[in-house]
Ligand binder design. Structure first.
Ligand code: GLP
Length: 254
């Protein structure tokens, strides 16, 4: 795992955008895995500030969506993606994929989502955030580390964390569709970003703790090409921090 620490989220996001740019330069038809949440928003904004980048041939797959929310609901991940990625980068409807949380047959939708990822040639770069309980996508603690896209029930703490995304008085959904941990691990490259002191404990567990379904993000330890970009507060509990800095500072000498 490559662990990189930047002073603050803006600097971390510029570096994250550099990873996306490197991929697009090499592969204009890249398949990107996209995440929602506050963490990747600056990275998406940074991409929209790079006019030399051409997004016309990319395909995107989002990690997850709430069950039962129509795409036009302001708290749906469809709506989030329109606002923060598809509209600013002029991504056309035929280019993007998000699980349909309103599908009549949710199991079939999950199966077809997996098939669409396969048919696209697989995800080249998966962008991830991390929940305070160690979830990636919406793979809550005890998710199978080989799980595929499926319906998940959120924990009470994740429902609470999501409440701020919903209009007051509206109960956030308990169920979601999410790519599985196994689906995520099949991406050729993974870029996870985490910011703020509140993420420092779970970040340390993900990188330096045991591989366990209790911290689904720890499954990234099994992946050969993961880059984790942190701000200083999120990195503050890493015991090997000096080593990670040394590795990065001398990266180009190899
Ligand atoms: C939600 C999303 C995750 C995201 C997490 C963290 O649970 N499903 O993909 O990583 O929130 O969100 P934030 O970046 O706002 O901390």
């Amino acid at each position: 795992m490559e662990v990189i620490v930047r002073a603050n989220p803006p600097q971390a996001s510029v570096l994250g955008a550099d990873y996306v740019e490197q991929l697009l330069t090499k592969k204009p038809k890249a398949v990107l895995g996209l995440a929602t949440g506050r963490t990747p928003v600056r990275l998406y904004q940074e991409l929209s500030r790079r006019p030399h980048l051409d997004f016309r041939q990319i395909t995107t797959f989002n990690l997850d969506e709430y069950v039962g929310l129509p795409p036009e609901h302001p708290s749906s991940y469809h709506c989030f993606m329109q606002q923060n990625f598809f509209r600013p980068l002029e991504i056309q409807p035929h280019q993007w994929n998000i699980p349909d949380g309103q599908a009549a047959d949710l199991e079939q939708e999950c199966q077809e989502y997996e098939e669409r990822i396969q048919a696209s040639g697989g995800i080249d770069l998966q962008i991830l955030g991390i929940g305070h309980d160690g979830h990636i996508g919406f793979n809550e603690p005890t998710s199978s580390l080989r799980s595929r896209t499926r319906v998940k029930t959120l924990t009470a703490s994740t429902v609470e964390a999501n409440r701020s995304e919903f209009p007051s008085g509206q109960e956030p959904p308990l169920h979601v569709l999410t790519m599985g941990v196994g689906t995520i691990l099949e991406a050729r490259q993974i870029l996870l970003m985490a910011f703020g002191e509140s993420k420092s404990e779970i970040v340390a567990k993900m990188i330096e703790g045991p591989l366990t379904a209790m911290v689904p993000a720890s499954a990234l330890q099994l992946h050969p090409k993961v880059t984790v970009i942190l701000d200083e507060p999120a990195a503050s509990r890493l015991t090997m921090l000096e080593y990670y800095r040394q590795v990065y500072d001398h990266k180009n000498e190899r």
